[in-house]
Design a protein around this ligand. Structure first.
Ligand code: HEC
Length: 186
């Protein structure tokens, strides 16, 4: 079990092992600021999505997803914390993974749904990277599943001509929430 107070050098080596894709099921402790930022993004986005679908229907909710997601991520960026979403199969190319996220997408893409599956990566001077796996829920299949209503699918294709984020089954790995936070001053 890896705990706080571990030699920083060892921590960096373990993180590098993750980046290299080495099989490992242990991960350093998640930085609380990163966990908080991702929690806030997940909750606010989920509430906005559910509210919009219930009140205005899924077609109007596309705009909520497109406009609200960047607004929420921007509002959560403070004190050097950055947060967002990415995927191995993107709808919006603006959400493309940064290089350090790619091995984690590879590693987790065949994983089965488990609550709070996360990874921590040492990004050197850039800080600490944190990712949390996202798995498809039944609601998400409305816009990311294999049986999207034709009118809704047309709207999605019109806004996202290069959409690769359909055909997901509930429980399938959909992508990552990510956060980058500064390292504690030492
Ligand atoms: C109303 C339709 C709709 C629903 C329902 C929906 N999404 Fe999306 N999703 C979108 C749209 C539109 C985007 C592109 C947003 C943007 O432009 O940044 C997107 C983007 C994403 C992304 C960012 C990566 C990418 O492909 O661009 C993830 C991850 C994601 N959705 C996961 C989910 C999950 C998980 C759920 C269920 C909790 C969900 N979505 C429900 C429409 C939807």
């Amino acid at each position: 079990m890896i705990r706080f107070g571990i030699d920083a050098m060892l921590l960096a080596l373990i993180s590098l092992a993750f980046v290299a894709g080495a099989a490992a099921d242990r991960t350093p402790e998640a930085p609380p600021a990163a966990v908080d930022a991702v929690d806030a993004l997940r909750k606010q986005l989920g509430a906005a999505l559910r509210g919009a679908i219930e009140e205005e229907g899924p077609i109007a909710a596309i705009d909520v997803c497109r406009d609200k997601a960047p607004q929420i991520t921007k509002a959560l960026q403070n004190e050097g914390v950055a947060v967002g979403r990415t995927s191995h199969r993107l709808r919006n190319p603006d959400n493309a993974p940064m290089p350090w996220m790619k091995p984690l997408l590879e590693e987790l893409r065949d994983s089965t749904a488990a609550p709070g599956r996360f990874r921590v990566v040492d990004l050197g001077e850039a800080g600490t990277g944190y990712v949390e796996a996202i798995y498809l829920q039944p609601l998400c299949a409305t816009c990311h599943g294999s049986n999207i209503a034709p009118a809704l699918h047309d709207e999605i294709r019109a806004r996202y001509p290069d959409d690769r984020a359909t055909g997901f089954e509930p429980g399938e790995f959909r992508g990552l929430f990510w956060a980058v936070v500064p390292k504690p001053a030492s």
